[in-house]
Structure formats: C-alpha cells, structure tokens
Design a protein around this ligand. Sequence first.
Ligand code: FPP
Length: 239
Amino acid sequence: MLPKHVAIIMDGNGRWAQERGMPRGEGHRLGAESVRRAVRRARTVGVKYLTLFAFSTLNWQRPTDEVRDLMDLLVRFLDEELPELIERGIRLVAIGERELLPERVRAKLEAVEAKTACGGDMTLVLAVSYDGRRDLVRAAQRVAELARRGVLLPCDVDETILAGGLSTADLPDVDLLVRTSGEVRLSGFLPFEACYAELYFTETLWPDFDEAALDAALADFSRRQRRFGRTAEQTVALG
Ligand code: FPP
C-alpha cells in the first residue's frame, strides 16, 4: 500500500560536499535538486502529502553564510518550481515559525502558498524554521487561551483539539517517515503527527536520494504490517 503522507528528514548535504572536497553550500545546492526529484516522483506515484524538513529552528545556529545560502536556495526553488507546482496540481504549505524568517523568504512562501492553493493532487509541506516541541508548546498555548476565554473546559481538551492547534492542523498523520544519511533520530520532526509512523532510515546522503531511493522507501513501507495495537490476526481480518 502507498503511504498517504510521507515526511522526510533530508540529511547529509554537508557530508556529501565534504567527501568531495567541496563547500557545504554545494551539497545544499545538489540537495535542492533532490527536493525537485522527490516532489516530482511523489506526485507521479500518487503520494498525497509530502512533508520535507527544509530548515530546523536549531539550524539558525549555523554560520551566517550557510543560513543565507539555504534561504537563497529556498527562494530560488520556489521561484523556479512555481509553474510546475501549478501545472501538476501541487499545493504548497509552509509550517514552522514563519515570523522568524527573513521578510523576502516569508513573502515568497506566502505568495506561492496563495498561488498554489487550488492544487488538489498533492500537498507539499515545507517545514521551515520548524521544531516539533515548539509547535506543540504553541498548540498548548492556543488551547489554554481558549480555556481562559471559556470557549472550552480543560476536560474538553483531547487529541483532536490539541492537534487543531498545531501548524499541521489540516494535514493527516504521517504514515512513513524517512531520514537519509545514516543518522537514526527524529530531531524534533513532527513528534505528534508521526507518533504512529513507520520509520525508514537509509545510509544514502540526501543529494544522492533519487527516484529509485524514494521508490525503495515506498516499497519497504508496502511490506510493513501496521497493527495499531491489534494482533497480527486481527489486522489481517480487518484488512
Ligand atoms: C541537512 O544537511 C539538510 C539541511 C540542513 C536542510 C535541507 C536543505 C536542502 C535539502 C536544500 C534546500 C531546500 C529546499 C526546500 C529547496 P546537513 O547540512 O545537516 O548535512 P550534514 O549532516 O552532512 O552536515
């Protein structure tokens, strides 16, 4: 079965460049090419939601030049891909603390969100200046504010209400979470949303992650049995 929502931690751009004696920026530039390939392939095979971890809140600590390179790449990607996003019915959504982004980046993201809002074939979610814990804290603050205003009682708060306060409120849960580069951790990516996701780790560095690599992750997912707490027999019986 194909996962409806695939989320990817795109890791290894720096190592890819260092292994070749190139500046890290070159790894990010090639990484942006992998983004294009992954988006196209996901759309072609019928993935409905693709969420990419493009920039963590923690990445603000990187050298100023590297942060600027990444922001420039993002803007260029959005400029260059817009016609294809529209043509292929891909809606772009940004999650994360967009108020922390430079104005030109925020404006570009919002313009592309607006211009692709009608895309009904796939949703491409870019996590930019994103950290899952911070997003959860914000959701808790939103819910607390509703309780303070008397809109709901603390005992009314359930998973759906909390999820509604997240920046991913309109997205389904993650089915498959992929991380490249051999690192085996989640790094604050979608902690609530990927609670029941299947995890897939590959040694492939992100700039080398091509269509075949995505297909391999999807094929691996199709062989998993998701039981959600049921027995294997129940799962088979319930389909
Ligand atoms: C990890 O590589 C990747 C990032 C910090 C960001 C991902 C960015 C891109 C794929 C390029 C541009 C994005 C878009 C959406 C156009 P790393 O630098 O942490 O690699 P390392 O662990 O090998 O140092």
